[in-house]
Design a protein around this ligand. Structure first.
Ligand SMILES: [Mg+2]
Length: 210
């Protein structure tokens, strides 16, 4: 008898803006230091520094490049439950994140911030130990093949779907204020959903494909 092998969906899961609340910590630190009252509602672009005056943007950039910044980002509400549901469904989850870049002191070349990379790995070990060995760091996610990319960046989703839609891959854009107004170039291969609805979107799409 022919045995039926069900392929586990491979999911690339972004961190900042999806499971780690980068903006919440960034604005909290800024407000404490500079006596401001910014909230995440002020962030309406993915390139968040465009939402602020130049001197504020420069300070924000300096804050998130400080050693330890990414180590204690708050978990996004519902992120734990979302990951648990994906794993229960049988997804192979690979965290896929872009560490910040900063100029190297000696040469000025832009390069991945090593503190950020270390902080991110330790953050995963604390909050998602079951994924502690499943971490890919890249600023070019479109190079990676998978069944799904779950990301809050409209640009990342568009580039990735353009590269992989021919394989039946689907990009899942996690709804955030900074991607609300943007249209999707590949509506058949892209979904925009709330974080809590990501596992259901993956399940529906996977069942359709079989
Ligand atoms: Mg992100």
């Amino acid at each position: 008898m022919e045995s039926k092998v069900t392929k586990k969906p491979v999911v690339l899961l972004d961190m900042d803006g999806v499971i780690a609340d980068f903006i919440a910590k960034l604005l909290r630190v800024y407000n404490e230091r500079w006596g401001a009252t910014f909230t995440s509602a002020d962030v309406t672009h993915y390139e968040f520094y465009e939402c602020f005056p130049k001197e504020v943007a420069k300070r924000l950039y300096d804050i998130f490049n400080e050693p330890g910044f990414f180590r204690d980002l708050p978990l996004v509400d519902g992120a734990k439950e979302m990951v648990e549901k994906m794993l229960t469904f049988g997804c192979e989850v690979e965290l896929c994140t872009s560490p910040s870049s900063a100029p190297l002191v000696k040469t000025g070349h832009y390069a991945l911030n090593a503190n950020c990379a270390k902080d991110k790995v330790e953050w995963v070990h604390e909050h998602f130990p079951e994924l502690g060995n499943n971490i890919t760091m890249t600023r070019r996610k479109q190079l990676l093949q998978a069944d799904f990319l779950v990301d809050d960046s409209h640009g990342n989703i568009e580039k990735w779907v353009a590269a992989h839609q021919g394989n039946g891959s689907v990009g899942i854009l996690v709804a955030q204020p900074w991607n609300e107004q943007l249209s999707l170039s590949y509506p058949l291969s892209t979904r925009r959903v709330q974080l809590r609805d990501v596992p259901a979107a993956i399940e529906v799409q996977t069942n359709l494909a079989h």
